[in-house]
Design a protein around this ligand. Structure first.
Ligand code: OAD
Length: 236
């Protein structure tokens, strides 16, 4: 293991972990683009499953897809990488900035988690209601995923292609990264902006953990391997 990287972690008082689908791959959740870990976007069309255009064309198809993903997430367990980050939350000032919609960081014990691309909640397409999937009711026009307030169609509370990231989440994430002693980027291909830009924003040091030798983190120490294995060596 890179001794310099280990020292960076030991000495840092504040750390931001910026994570992508790769950190949840070892919990059995498919990534979007990595062929070895499911590559959802080579099996499903992101233009259909992850856009308002696709949703308007066939909301039931998109809803069924997200419900299947939700079931996978609910039955998944946090892996060592989630858990070690959760443990560090009790020892240092830690913020987790994730592109993942799953809740494995929270279930792994992390307390400050910023979701850039939304999460497990759902929201109404017409009114301001936002809540849990199991609160949905029978809506208008035989719509089984109706809003409990106005009966209109609801949607997964995720950021689809062409939609803006939640401004507060992005700005807070950026601020935390600028202030942190250390940024650790884990399991992201860096292909989706503006989230990907965060990987290169740190004033402090940056470590990048990925199973591939990626080049989207330009100014950091690269550690190649599985998130859980590298973190075990880095933090123990
Ligand atoms: P990707 O699927 O694009 O990238 C996953 C990355 O994780 C790849 O670089 C893999 O090499 C790496 N990887 C796989 N297994 C790993 C492991 N065990 N340890 C470490 N690294 C591993 O996923 P994201 O970059 O997260 O957007 O994708 C970004 C966004 O694209 C997602 O948030 C999603 C998608 O469209 C929305 O849903 C809005």
């Amino acid at each position: 293991m890179n001794e310099y990287a280990r020292q960076l972690v030991t000495q840092a008082e504040s750390i931001v972990f910026f994570t992508g689908a790769g950190i949840s791959a070892e919990s059995g959740i498919s990534t979007f683009r990595d062929p070895e870990t499911g590559a959802l976007w080579s099996r499903f069309d992101p233009d259909v499953m992850s856009s308002m255009r696709g949703f308007k064309e066939d909301p039931y198809l998109v809803w069924d897809w997200y419900d299947a993903l939700r079931e996978k997430i609910i039955s998944a367990k946090p892996n060592y990488a989630h858990e070690v980050i959760g443990r560090l939350c009790g020892e240092k000032q830690v913020t987790v900035v994730t592109q993942n919609i799953d809740d494995l960081h929270e279930r792994g014990g992390a307390s400050n988690v910023i979701h850039l691309h939304g999460g497990m909640q759902v929201r109404c397409t017409m009114c301001k209601w936002r809540g849990e999937r199991n609160e949905l009711v029978a809506g208008y026009m035989c719509n089984p995923r109706g809003c409990p307030d106005c009966k209109s169609m609801t949607r997964p509370d995720v950021v689809w292609f062409g939609e803006k990231l939640p401004t507060d989440a992005f700005l807070t994430a950026k601020q935390k990264i600028l202030e942190a002693d250390l940024l650790i980027v884990i399991g992201t291909s860096g292909q989706v902006q503006p989230a990907a830009s965060l990987a290169n924003m740190a004033y402090g040091r940056t470590l990048s953990i990925n199973t591939r030798d990626t080049d989207h983190v330009s100014n950091g120490v690269k550690l190649t391997g599985k998130a859980s294995e590298i973190l075990r060596q880095l933090v123990g």
